[in-house]
Design a protein around this ligand. Structure first.
Ligand SMILES: NC(=O)c1ccc[n+]([C@@H]2O[C@H](COP(=O)([O-])OP(=O)(O)OC[C@H]3O[C@@H](n4cnc5c(N)ncnc54)[C@H](O)[C@@H]3O)[C@@H](O)[C@H]2O)c1
Length: 260
């Protein structure tokens, strides 16, 4: 059975990272971190050019095999096409999926249109469902599997950060989905966990202002936003062999914004 041991099995397995193209995002930081810790990397993102650019940077910096592919996580054909493309590529077998693609939504509840609600559910929740379903068979076949999904502190306290109810609902749905996957695939030795970040210093909060960003930082007990790299480290550790007995959990990384 293959294992992901960074020192002995350099680049023996591939980590698939959705939403890894944004230059300041959590996904790109996670893709870099996987490569630094011995994984080959496949970046799947709506933005094909940026996904390829990130992959080239990663290969140049770390020597890891890396590819970037266009993929819309809301579209079943696009997701299964990307899964096939990864399988048929020169990369080693898939051992981990970091489902990170997501969109924010600060719309107040009474102004929330069905289109906006559906958009937020589609990218965050349906996208996580489709990517898990597309890559799990490869993990079963390859004998090693780590799924790490992306929730938010917003799911835990119903908003109060930037995004509101549609996002809270989508990110809470991801917790249930992840627990279901954890239970259903445990007998293969595959784990599934969710990361619930608080405020992270990225460009996801479209329309935010410097004042709003300062307020957000001040609202965190640790007094600052997380760096994407701090969050990235958690995806990679949850994908390691050492984390093999951790499944069905929600890992909070929020600077104390929500303490339970
Ligand atoms: N930044 C935060 O404060 C924060 C907090 C909690 C949770 N999160 C979650 O972390 C994840 C990453 O957030 P980020 O801040 O890095 O965001 P970001 O906006 O910087 O990056 C998101 C990436 O997802 C991609 N994407 C969007 N829609 C897609 C689709 N349909 N198919 C494929 N790719 C798509 C974008 O192209 C982009 O590369 C998201 O799921 C987000 O909800 C972020």
């Amino acid at each position: 059975m293959p294992t992901q041991d960074q020192t002995e099995n350099q680049f023996a397995l591939t980590a698939v990272v959705t939403g890894g193209a944004a230059p300041r995002g959590i996904g790109q930081a996670t893709a870099h971190r996987y490569a630094q810790e011995g994984w080959a990397v496949a970046i799947l993102d709506l933005d094909e050019a940026a996904a390829k650019e990130r992959a080239a940077e990663i290969s140049a910096e770390t020597g890891a095999p890396a590819i970037g592919l266009q993929c819309n996580v809301t579209d079943p054909a696009s997701v299964t096409g990307a899964a096939e493309a990864v399988k048929n590529s020169d990369l080693p077998p898939v051992g981990a999926l970091a489902a990170i693609a997501g969109v924010a939504s600060p719309v107040d509840f009474l102004d929330l249109t069905l289109d906006e609600f559906n958009r937020v559910i589609a990218v965050n929740l349906t996208g996580t469902f489709l990517t898990c379903q597309a890559f799990l068979p490869q993990m079963i076949e390859n004998g090693y599997g780590r799924i790490v999904t992306t929730s938010s502190v917003t799911a835990q306290h119903g908003g109060g950060v930037f995004s509101k109810t549609s996002y809270a609902a989508a990110k809470a749905g991801i917790l249930g989905l992840t627990r279901g996957v954890a239970r259903e695939f445990a007998h293969y030795g595959i784990t599934a966990n969710s990361i619930a970040p608080g405020v992270v210093d990225t460009d996801i909060r479209v329309g935010s202002t410097p004042d709003r960003e300062e307020q957000l930082s001040a609202s965190v007990p640790l007094g600052r936003q997380a760096s994407p790299d701090e969050v990235a480290a958690l995806y990679v550790w949850l994908s390691s062999k050492d984390a093999g007995y951790i499944t069905g959990t929600t890992q909070s990384i929020n600077g104390g914004s929500y303490v339970s």
